[in-house]
Design a protein around this ligand. Structure first.
Ligand code: GAL
Length: 671
């Protein structure tokens, strides 16, 4: 059960890594630890995948190696982020209980041989995992080296959605709890359509592969259930630890481009500190903007408090179609962007590059080529900088703009049978965020229904699933003077995936002053032109303004003549609506207008440059810290005064930030 958070206690900004010493002999451990000290590593995650070593046979435990590794790290003054070791079951366990293996939606089992091959609802798995967690917690609960508990690893990364019979039974229990009886379930799922009415709980299963499309409300509930099921698993492990150790407990989230299965808004309160893993995704148009978004979302999950970057990479990963190394300086820029956006740590996967196994071509802090490498030199340089940033720890990011983000909308948007397969929820969020990011605006990512009173501007991209109260949190705030932008496909369905009738945008409609009658999506490559001269893609709608002013309308395409951008005065604020996806430049221009109207500005004035700049202020008790990350290939000048923490230089009025460089300026007086 959730209890009050235990603070993660660390001196300054943590610098560390995942360490998998099981791969190496003790002489290598000694070299590793000496090099960790050289790089300034002070937090090391061990025992993440340790199960088959700790329990080589059922009930037979052997902690000698882990004792030794933790002991050596401790002697070297390096603290431990201790895994419970339960992330991947050992071979003997799946042999004893083959029904632990997860089942895909087509009813086929997944085999062992990879990792995380366990069903989240499996009782035999849970029992065995909790027994191991208990032994680990008993043994190391009071160990002075242990700074943090790391439950399992990236829960749900591979196994979030399981369709086995045990999962189906657990799903039914969850549904009984949610609906009480079958009538409300039948109503919520709209089972009157297509002869799907249930008369007995045992008729209900997980949404396995069907011949036609599946019941979308069932699929939505299955997502909710699957997220809750893994959260209950997390809680079970955390409870085992909590009674045996006073140290703070967390697990590593995957707030990143392609993982959608866990509603982390419902998880976050259970974490003593929010931790996130982030990997640049080179399949995206703007990986840096996605990094900034993920970091801002991690901070949002932490409720604005500092969080921990638990994993990222020094170079290529091994799981994208093409795995790119980082450019010169990119390790620093990525790491310090996370710190700028609220992380109190910089950790990598992994310490030493593997020579065997699935991840041998994944980059590491210590590459295959050894220490005479650009990566190693950059790691050591970064360690030095992180060390000088100790005073930044605990400070909080300042933002005047909020962006509403929802996993439920992600699930509902990407259900079967939607207006356009080309429409992706996260793409809409990223497009809106990128426009704000390109203007240098700092954005807090907030859940639907969040209190917006501390913001001037709110952006609501594609919030497809919305409850009345969640829409009211935006429209009432607008009435009180806020400026909001709501984008297309928002407010389409309620929490049961039931369409809000009377004109799309449902509970936003009145405040937006529009009446949307029909969606008219277009092929992704089709350009739409707006009366303002802007170009757009993907989407158009047939609507009319009721009370809103039309700022731009569609000049061509299936909705020619209909409004594309509107603005409605609502109370003492204004509610804007965007019925299409503008080009990046046009989206940026629109956001600039909104920011201007709302009085929102970047944290400092920047001159020059030819690329994106991350610019964020963290405020502490005695000083504030202005982070400036220049991703471009030309220098920029930032108006700021104080002490630059990377170089120690004093800055009177302006600092030059060379191409590709990062500057962190301590501003003594309140800025
Ligand atoms: C994470 C995982 C690590 C490693 C890494 C590679 O998903 O937690 O164990 O696999 O990705 O990028």
């Amino acid at each position: 059960m959730t209890t009050s958070a235990r603070p993660f206690v660390h001196d300054g900004i943590a610098f560390g890594c995942d360490y998998n010493p099981e791969q190496w002999t003790p002489d290598v451990w000694d070299e590793d630890i000496a090099l960790m000290r050289e790089a300034g590593v002070d937090l090391v995650a061990v025992n993440i995948f340790g199960w088959s070593h700790l329990e080589p046979r059922p009930g037979e435990f052997d902690f000698r190696r882990l004792d030794d590794v933790i002991g050596r790290l401790h002697e070297a003054g390096i603290r431990v982020n201790l895994g419970t070791g339960t992330a991947s079951p050992p071979a003997w366990l799946t042999r004893m209980h083959p029904d632990i293996l997860p089942m895909a939606e087509d009813g086929t089992r997944r085999y062992p041989g990879g990792r995380q091959a366990w069903c989240p609802s499996s009782r035999p798995f849970r029992e065995a995992a909790l027994r191991l967690a208990e032994r680990v917690a008993e043994r190391y609960g009071d160990h002075p080296a242990v700074a943090l508990w790391h439950v399992s690893n990236e829960l749900g990364c591979h196994n979030a959605l399981c369709h086995c019979d045990e999962s189906a039974a657990a799903f039914r229990r969850w549904l009984r709890n949610r609906y009480g009886s079958l009538d409300p379930l039948n109503r919520a799922w709209g089972t009157a359509f297509w002869s799907q009415t249930y008369g007995d709980w045992d008729e209900i299963g997980t949404p396995r592969a069907t011949l036609s499309s599946r019941n979308p409300a069932q699929a939505l509930d299955f997502h909710r259930f699957s997220s809750d099921e893994l959260l209950s698993y997390y809680r079970a492990e955390a409870d085992v630890i909590r009674s045996r150790s006073a140290v703070s407990i967390t697990t590593n989230f995957m707030v990143t481009a392609h993982i959608e299965n866990l509603d982390y808004w419902s998880w976050a309160a259970d974490m003593d500190i929010v931790a996130n893993d982030h990997y640049l995704d080179h399949r995206l148009d703007d990986p840096n903007s996605e990094l900034a978004f993920a970091a801002d979302l991690s901070r949002g999950l932490a409720g604005g408090a500092p969080w921990l970057l638990m994993e990222h990479s020094t170079g290529a990963v091994n799981w994208q179609p093409l795995n790119k190394p980082k450019a010169k300086g990119e390790i620093l820029r990525n790491s310090l962007t996370h710190v700028a956006r609220g992380s109190d740590g910089v950790c990598f996967f992994q310490w030493r590059a593997s020579v065997q196994g699935s991840e041998k071509f994944h980059s590491a802090m210590l590459p295959h080529a050894g220490t005479d490498t650009a990566v190693w030199r950059e790691v050591v340089e970064l360690g030095g900088i992180v060390d000088r940033l100790g005073e930044v720890a605990g400070s909080r990011v300042e933002a005047e703009t909020a962006l509403v983000f929802s996993w439920e909308s992600w699930w509902a948007t990407q259900n079967d049978s939607r207006p356009s397969k080309a429409l992706g929820y996260l793409d809409q969020v990223h497009s809106a965020y990128s426009a704000l990011h390109s203007l240098g605006l700092t954005v807090d990512i907030v859940p639907p229904g969040a209190d917006l009173s501390s913001y001037r501007l709110a952006v609501v991209p594609g919030l497809h699933l919305v409850r009345e109260s969640e829409a009211a949190a935006v429209t009432d705030w607008v009435a009180d003077g806020g400026t909001a932008l709501v984008t297309f496909y928002s407010g389409t369905v309620d929490e049961d995936d039931r369409v809000w009738t009377g004109g799309y945008t449902g509970p936003f409609r009145e405040a937006l002053g529009i009446h949307v009658e029909e969606f008219a999506p277009v092929e992704p490559e089709t350009a739409l032109h707006l009366s303002s001269g802007a170009t757009a893609h993907l989407w158009s709608e047939r609507s009319r303004a009721t009370t809103a002013e039309v700022e731009a309308s569609f000049a061509d395409g299936p909705s020619a003549g209909h409004p594309a951008v509107t603005r409605n005065a609502w109370g003492s604020g204004s509610a804007w609506y965007l019925a299409t996806l503008p080009s990046p430049a046009d989206y940026r221009a629109l956001m600039a207008r909104l920011a201007d109207e709302a009085g929102v500005r970047p944290p400092a004035v920047v001159h020059g440059g030819d690329g994106a700049v991350d610019i964020v202020r963290r405020r502490g008790t005695d000083a504030s810290y202005l982070f400036v990350v220049n991703h471009g290939s030309a220098p920029i000048v930032v108006e700021a005064a104080g002490t630059e923490l990377v170089s120690g230089a004093l800055i009177a009025r302006c600092a030059e930030v060379p191409a590709g460089a990062v500057r962190i300026i301590r501003e003594e007086a309140a800025a």
